[in-house]
Design a protein around this ligand. Sequence first.
Ligand SMILES: [Zn+2]
Length: 411
Amino acid sequence: MNFSFDIKHAESDSLARVGTITTPHGQIQTPAFIPVGTKATVKSVLPEAMADLGSQALLANAYHLYLQPGADILDEAGGISQFMNWPGPTFTDSGGFQVLSLGVGFKKVLAMDAKTFRRDDVIADNKERLAHVDDEGVTFKSHLDGSMHRFTPEISMQVQHQIGADIMFAFDECTTLHNTRRYQELAMDRTFAWAMRCLDEHKRLTEARSHKPYQALFGVIQGAQYEDLRKKAAGDLGTMESSGIAFDGFGIGGALDKSQLGTILSWVNRTLPENKPKHLLGIGAPEDLFVGVENGLDTFDCVLASRIARTSAVYTMEGRFNLSNSRFKRDFEAIDDECDCYTCTHYSRAYMHHVFRGKEMIAATLATIHNERFIVRLVDQMRQALLDGNFADMKADFLGRYKHRSGQASD
Ligand SMILES: [Zn+2]
């Protein structure tokens, strides 16, 4: 087995820590931000450019790759790393979020302020649902061609083993903040049963495919905004063993009310085993990354940095703005004069404004490189600040300047 997690430094006044995750495809220095390449590509950017901007690993989506091109194709190619020409570590999510988000029709925004959205915004009418959950698994309709499919914990494990990422997630039932407490309890019982089945199938596949590089399996902690449910999920999955194996790490997922993010993460991480890596699923706005790091999260993924880049929105130390705004037409400064990315060291805001207005393909490429670098570097700076003993100052300095407060997204 070629997977381990070593903690190099732990803060005494918070849950924050610095460590190294070792996988068969290389190491990840944590805390780290993991850019999303949903369909085995970070849209519009070459893998070499992702490595140059400091990305240590990439996260792809099992649901999308299962539908297209098919997990067996990635297996034949020698796994996702080989297939997509990314030599470093990779993650796949289980497909649970995508399948279930089609089911209840909720928007791609999971973490939000519970006070500002209505039930109608997130839950589709029953007739419009594309997925139905039962105790065995989920039946769903492809968003590509309308064909019917079924995911069970066993099928998710088979798909993820074929895709071949270094870190995989157990198949879980993802709920929204608007499901009732009773439903959250039912979903948690189901997620627990599914976690056991994932461990069993993972063990079987690991033995059957022992010639392949070891793939680590992370359990996923649900429980929405309820303290007792979150702690129970963390306690149960943290100690779960089946067929003599336990989870290699944990993902924290599901409905997260932004105003309670730190509290929820603290409940979970004070309960989970300290010596295993923790990943926060689908959260990547700058202010939330600080909350995650302080509460013991080691890795993060979020599609937001690349998605907003394609709409001309960029992060800077002074906040977030849109390059297509006419005020940048004659602005020959870099997007962010403190940024060391390829885009900021070679192009001006005026050029970026021009290529966005002209709908040139390079606009998405250059803006994505900048945004991914901004977020990757921010988490790298947090890691360095923890080692240097000045995390609190670094956080105060950043948040004092950074004005924009944005939502989260995942796909
Ligand atoms: Zn830049």
